[in-house]
Write a protein of this length. Structure first.
Length: 267
């Protein structure tokens, strides 16, 4: 996999200093634009960085054919000048970020993390044959939802459906298998090693990453807490951007009270 599969850019400068550097990672077949709404609502002290990861639209299929995709989490963190204070990851990237946090040494971890709509199960026996069948059958639906939320104009349902199938076919069976392999590994991640504060955010109407996954993960983490957003699906940072930003703000205010006090609340 070529290094050109990864790019990191500053999406928003802090409006008040000193800045707290936040790196946000997108899910499967998504891009850094996933975090556009959060950038508009984030607290003034947030310096937001986003990554274009190999499993995005421009990455091609090579990432899914070799190597461990969790390695890209560390590579993205290393690209941010001055280091990352808070890692935010959505969906597929959240699964990989948890693996990274559990395996990395203390010096390589950010001070906190936010895992958004994660796929996580606590016991191997929680997976069944029909689990795989379910995720095969709804795989294109998550792309349909992303297109519905992210399009600048309303698309006819059939047009959106056709576009979602194109995205699905671009990810391909190897990409789906990488997603499902990571999900299957989740019971074996040593979450006790994740000794930083972790906020787990989920939508109560998520049809793809069950809210129960988020609840069990937050309960298992040594310093985990969960925020469940009502009337929200798989993309809380887009669907409920203000509420999402407030949840992130509450976490950051605990760690950087001077930078995230009452006068610097997320809007």
């Amino acid at each position: 996999m070529a290094a050109t599969c990864l790019s990191v850019r500053r999406a928003r400068a802090a409006h008040a200093g000193p800045p707290v550097r936040v790196l946000a990672l997108h899910g499967l077949a998504a891009s850094g634009t996933t975090w556009r709404a959060y950038a508009e609502h984030a607290a003034p002290a947030v310096e937001l960085w986003t990554a274009e990861l190999p499993w995005g639209p421009a990455g091609g299929a090579a990432w899914s054919h070799a190597g461990d995709p969790a390695e890209w989490i560390g590579r993205a963190l290393a690209e941010v000048p001055g280091g990352v204070d808070v890692l935010v990851a959505h969906s597929f990237a959240a699964v990989l970020a948890l693996e990274y946090l559990a395996a990395a040494g203390p010096a390589a971890r950010p001070r906190a993390a936010v895992l958004v709509s994660p796929f996580h199960r606590r016991r191997p026996e929680d997976f069944h044959w029909d689990t795989a069948q379910h995720y095969l059958s709804v795989f294109q639906d998550v792309f349909d939802e992303a297109l519905r939320l992210g399009s600048t104009r309303a698309l006819p349902a059939q047009t959106r459906r056709d576009m979602a199938l194109v995205v699905r076919d671009g990810v391909g069976p190897y990409g789906w298998l990488r997603f499902y392999e990571s999900y299957l590994r989740s019971p074996f991640v040593d979450v006790d090693r994740v000794d930083v504060p972790v906020l787990v955010v989920a939508g109560d109407g998520d049809r793809f990453a069950p809210p129960e996954d988020a609840e069990e993960l937050a309960a298992a983490l040594p310093h985990g807490r969960r925020t469940l957003l009502p009337d929200c699906g798989h993309f809380p940072m887009t669907e409920r951007a203000g509420a999402f930003a407030h949840a992130v703000h509450a976490l950051l205010a605990e760690l950087w009270p001077a930078a995230f006090g009452p006068s610097t609340r997320a809007s």
